[in-house]
Design a binder for this molecule. Structure first.
Ligand SMILES: C[S@@+](CC[C@H](N)C(=O)[O-])C[C@H]1O[C@@H](n2cnc3c(N)ncnc32)[C@H](O)[C@@H]1O
Length: 276
């Protein structure tokens, strides 16, 4: 996703890629991005990253600054994306680890308006990566009727992270509508929308089963495929998920996807039997 966001940017006169990482936490976005730029030859290794991470939590900002603040052109600042005046221009408005899901739907629209206004004021063609929790994930089929609910990051072990936090969930159509609405208010043209689901089978709560207790632990099973010391019972990987109530195109998607997935698992099982 990052690669696609960066690809359209030929370097500016100074060869800089100006990035604002919204909800930067402890700086994982910086690590992903700088690793990508140093490893990905097709992007041009000479991109000179000019990175600003903002986060509402002073503690996160302090940790990230201690970890990466000594790198050239890397800064972390405490700011609330709902209210901050952004200093621009930026080529990429990045996000990862679903920071925008902490906002209500209206707050997201407001934050996007500020981003789009900032881009327009700077006459800047840019990419905006809006990372949110997907509403129709198999991790929480019983919650599919709601678009904002009290989520728990219980996959982290520390107690604080397991506290319930109200989070917003989006379908692709809902998110597109909000982005378009923000762009329309500002009078900005959106050149292209692209949507990615980065964890159809392996979201973190497919490990905990917290919001869908009957769900097979697909994340652990998929991870076990990569561990030579473990033997995976392939039949456990078969997609057998009781879906919740959702628009027809979502149910159609899962119908098609499960067919592909299950035939892959069957082929792998047959291959395994042959090898034995
Ligand atoms: C799950 S963390 C993701 C951190 C990091 N981007 C990563 O991928 O590891 C979400 C972050 O969003 C931040 N956040 C939540 N609401 C915010 C807001 N209104 N403005 C800025 N940051 C916010 C939180 O403090 C938290 O650090």
């Amino acid at each position: 996703m990052f690669k696609q966001a960066i690809a359209p940017y030929s370097k500016d006169k100074e060869g800089k890629l100006r990035v604002l990482d919204v909800g930067s936490g402890t700086g994982d976005g910086y690590v992903l991005l700088s690793t990508l730029l140093s490893e990905e030859g097709s992007l041009g290794s000479s991109y000179d990253l000019d990175y600003l991470g903002i986060d509402i939590s002073a503690q996160m900002v302090e940790t990230a600054s201690n970890l990466y603040g000594n790198q050239n052109n890397v800064r972390f600042e405490c700011a609330d994306i709902r209210t901050s005046q952004l200093e621009g221009p930026f080529d990429v408005y990045l996000s990862c680890g679903v920071p925008y899901s902490h906002l209500t739907h209206d707050e997201l629209c407001q934050a996007l308006k500020m981003i789009v206004t900032n881009a327009c004021e700077n006459s800047c063609r840019c990419a905006v990566v809006v990372d949110v929790l997907g509403r129709y994930s198999i991790e929480w089929t019983p919650k599919w009727k709601e678009s904002r609910w009290d989520y728990r990051m219980s996959f982290f072990e520390s107690e604080g992270d397991a506290e319930a936090t109200w989070m917003s969930f989006y379908s692709h159509q809902h998110l597109q509508k909000i982005v378009q609405q923000a762009a329309d208010v500002v009078g900005c043209q959106v050149e292209k929308f692209e949507f990615f689901d980065r964890s159809i089978m392996v979201g973190r709560h497919s490990s905990t089963g917290e919001f869908n207790p009957g769900l097979p632990q697909y994340r652990d099973l998929v991870n076990s495929l990569l561990d030579p010391s473990l033997e995976t019972e392939l039949s456990q990987l078969i997609f057998r998920v009781e879906l919740g109530s959702a628009p027809e195109h979502i149910l159609d998607f899962f119908g098609q996807f499960s067919g592909w997935w299950n035939s892959l698992v069957s082929d792998a099982t047959a291959h395994q039997a042959t090898c034995v």
